[in-house]
Design a protein. Structure first.
Length: 253
């Protein structure tokens, strides 16, 4: 199980900042942790899309919801409790900030979008994470405003989501003929890419895929992160991290 040592990580970021010309993590530790945590959660989400595509997995319901579920499962399974809770809290906060941003901009909810509404996703990820370990996470659920009537169903929701993904990924093991994720070369020393590179190592220790999936941090011209089925590539956009920073700094709290 992994644990973030933020003070050490921020020193590494500061030391390598001169090589990073697109996105630099802010000096404020809380703000930097929020951005890094949410980038990790988003990477796990895009990994879900990649696995569904490469492994040709059946999905009942929205693929976006299934990818959200895998993101929470990986938070729970890969990280130590405190670090996992921090990643989940940042993920939920990002949904809340995005919802507030849309409302402030007069943007109407898009009921036809392939994603669930921002606050639906907020409560879904909080519920799943809480459901994996209710006794240890009651305080977090209360802090994040999970209604008691929803909390009662969360252990069952967790069991359904985790059980489904476990069954689908039973053969996606490392070794043998399976390969894994590969960071595209030339990104070393860039803090955002280095952060993702650590996740690539952690994922490759747990899963194997029949074909390689490339991972890239790049300028995209938009605040986005996505998986490309035609190229088998997960892209985390520098603008996405920049937008997270802007949302954090614009939030009233």
């Amino acid at each position: 199980m992994r644990q973030f040592l933020w003070a050490v990580w921020l020193c590494v970021v500061a030391a390598s900042a001169s090589a990073q010309t697109v996105f630099q993590f802010p000096e404020d530790e809380e703000e930097s942790a929020f951005i890094a945590n949410e980038v990790i959660a988003t990477f796990y989400h895009e990994l879900g899309h990649a696995m569904i595509d490469v492994l040709q997995l059946p999905v009942l319901g929205k693929e976006e919801d299934a990818a959200d579920h895998l993101s929470v499962i990986l938070m729970n399974d890969i990280w130590e409790e405190e670090a996992a809770a921090n990643i989940l809290a940042s993920d939920a906060t990002a949904y809340a900030l995005l919802a507030a941003q849309r409302e402030a901009g007069g943007e109407d909810p898009s009921y036809s979008d392939e994603h669930s509404l921002d606050m639906q996703r907020y409560y879904s990820v909080v519920c799943l994470f809480y459901g994996a370990n209710p006794e240890a996470r009651q305080g977090l659920a209360d802090e994040l405003g999970l209604p008691p009537e929803r909390a009662e169903r969360c252990p069952e929701e967790w069991q359904a989501a985790a059980g489904s993904w476990d069954a689908l990924l039973a053969d996606a093991t490392p070794g043998g003929d399976n390969v894994g994720l590969v960071m595209q070369p030339g990104q070393e020393g860039q803090p955002l890419a280095d952060l993702i590179a650590e996740e690539v190592v952690a994922i490759n220790e747990r899963f194997g895929l029949p074909i390689e999936v490339s991972v890239l941090v790049a300028d995209c011209g938009e605040a986005n992160a996505y998986y490309s089925p035609s190229q088998q590539t997960i892209t985390i956009c520098n603008e996405y991290a920049q937008n997270l920073q802007a949302m954090w700094e614009a939030s009233p709290d």
